[in-house]
Design a protein around this ligand. Structure first.
Ligand code: 4AD
Ligand code: MG
Length: 481
């Protein structure tokens, strides 16, 4: 007999009423030696299987434990009990894989509330919990929505290299990739490691961004995007940073900063709307989870909106757009500043700290914010210099709860300006000859941005730690699994 997925039974149950069906899954709960809650991953919901004692041997009954995998055959009937429309009157049960109760006790499979810390230590099993099932289904749906958004608009998906010789962001936070013997590497005349003897004949690292390569592609294909793993060796052990994360980087020829802001806003709204329309069951579950978590907090620390409400809010309301300079003035004029409640100083030229960003989004404007035209000194070399010569055509999108979700800019398309920026930032022009050459061969204005995929998933799921929205997080001192 062919197995039917539980999602199919729960959505189209009436088609199967009175028929014999076969399902397979993991036991989530077994009550009164009679009611099994079975889940096979096809949806959040479980199907209830009711045991008919006469048909099921005592030896099998004993092995139906939480966490074990079984197959159940029986007639689909309308359920007498509350909480489900249909259930299976089990006539045959076979054990597929045992799960010994003593072992289960020590794991997150035990049906009770577990801390997220413990769940992280059990990343190999947390897929089987309701919360992580919901999070990873939404993660999937969001990545699908992203490809759909760009495909609908005629963008080409470009696979940029993971191994690269360049430091696109100029922040020096790179993981080196080398096949040299770490104990006795070849040395040059000055006694330094001779990377010309390394695998690629030069120093190579894991990419911190696919942008520079995406720009090359956009200058031929017009509209492109990347969606790939990105690596940063920044030693920031925060709830919003990973050493390995996924980034989406669209790049569009002939776009200026305003076009770039419009694209970002459309893009974020599309992703949010897609999840509202396609992940209702998961959102409802996570919304309730978040509400319970919020209820534990002091009144003044609670979110103003629930999960679903805050996603709807993003879809329905325009983002607030203002310049970095105006944002600094807003901060300087705030009561918060006057009462000395910011930990870090506020003055023109600073890199905004997350407390500043959160103040703007959560206290001042109460909506997503796009800040633009930052001081040139605190932004990357490739951003287009504005007429004032002090600022660049940069933009950051700030979201409630997550802070910076997108960073982008119009790119410097003027060769002389770009060359002088390279000098200013101590970037060897020889290393970037291919990037610079595009500026003397039919250069055009162009713009793009990068969105941290996990930051989006945090917003869409209400999870407050970035480690809980990626299956196997990579952070300082942690690369288990
Ligand atoms: O602001 P960033 O550094 O911008 C770039 O890399 C540009 N090359 C993007 C572009 O214009 N094509 O990073 C972009 C986004 C951030 O806004 C943030 O959402 C995310 O990537 N991000 C991280 N996410 C998780 N962990 C980290 N360590 C992250 N660093 C950046
Ligand atoms: Mg940034």
């Amino acid at each position: 007999m062919k197995r039917i997925e539980i999602a199919e039974l729960l959505t189209n149950g009436s088609d199967y009423l009175g028929k014999t069906v076969l399902v397979k899954g993991w036991v989530r709960a077994f009550r009164s030696n009679r009611f099994i809650q079975l889940n096979d991953g096809s949806c959040m919901g479980n199907i209830q299987a009711v045991i008919d004692f006469e048909n099921i041997a005592e030896a099998i009954l004993k092995r139906i434990t939480t966490g074990s995998s079984i197959s159940v055959e029986g007639e689909l009937v309308s359920s007498q009990g509350a909480g489900q429309a249909y259930e299976i009157q089990a006539s045959t049960i076979a054990i597929i894989g045992d799960a010994h109760p003593d072992e289960v006790q020590k794991t997150v499979l035990q049906p009770k509330k577990h801390s997220f810390d413990f769940l992280r230590e059990q990343a190999h099993l947390r897929f089987r919990t309701n919360t992580f099932g919901a999070v990873f289904r939404i993660r999937h749906a969001a990545s699908f929505a992203i490809h759909q958004f760009f495909n609908n608009r005629g963008f080409n998906y470009i696979h940029t290299p993971i191994l690269t010789g360049s430091d696109a962001e100029g922040a020096g936070e790179m993981f080196r990739v080398s096949t040299l013997d770490p104990k006795s590497p070849p040395l040059d005349d000055e006694g330094k490691v001779d990377f010309s003897k390394d695998f690629f004949g030069k120093q190579v690292n894991l990419t911190v961004s696919g942008q520079l390569e995406a720009e090359l592609a956009a200058l031929g294909l017009g509209k492109v995007y990347t969606f790939g793993p990105t690596f940063r060796a920044e030693n920031s052990n925060t709830s919003r940073h990973l050493a390995e994360f996924w980034m989406i980087e669209p790049e569009v020829a002939f776009n200026d900063l305003n076009d770039n802001m419009d694209l970002t806003e459309d893009f974020l709204k599309y992703c949010c709307n897609y999840i509202l329309e396609n992940c209702q069951e998961e959102l409802k579950f996570l919304d309730e989870r978040l509400a319970k978590e919020q209820a534990q907090k002091p009144q003044n620390e609670r979110n103003k909106l629930g999960l679903i409400e805050s996603i709807k809010f993003v879809v329905d309301n325009p983002f607030k757009r203002l310049s970095y300079t105006d944002a600094i003035n807003v901060l300087l004029n705030s009561k918060h500043y006057k009462k000395k409640k910011f930990q870090f100083p506020v003055e023109w030229g600073i890199d905004l700290q997350s407390e500043h960003e959160r103040y703007l989004v959560e206290k001042e404007f109460n909506c997503p914010v796009i800040l633009s035209d930052y001081p040139a000194k605190i932004k990357a070399f490739y951003m287009r210099v504005n007429d004032d010569k002090k600022t660049v055509a940069a933009m950051d999108v700030l979201f409630p709860g997550v802070g910076e979700i997108v960073g982008g800019s119009q790119r410097e398309e003027r060769l002389e300006v770009l060359e002088s920026k390279c000098e200013e930032f101590n970037i060897e022009k020889e290393e970037l000859w291919w990037y610079l050459e595009t500026r003397s061969l039919g250069t055009v204005p162009h713009a793009g941005f990068g969105m941290g995929f996990e930051r989006l998933v945090m917003f869409l799921t209400g999870m407050s730690n970035i480690r809980d929205v990626i299956p196997f997080p990579r952070t300082p001192d942690n690369a288990e699994f």
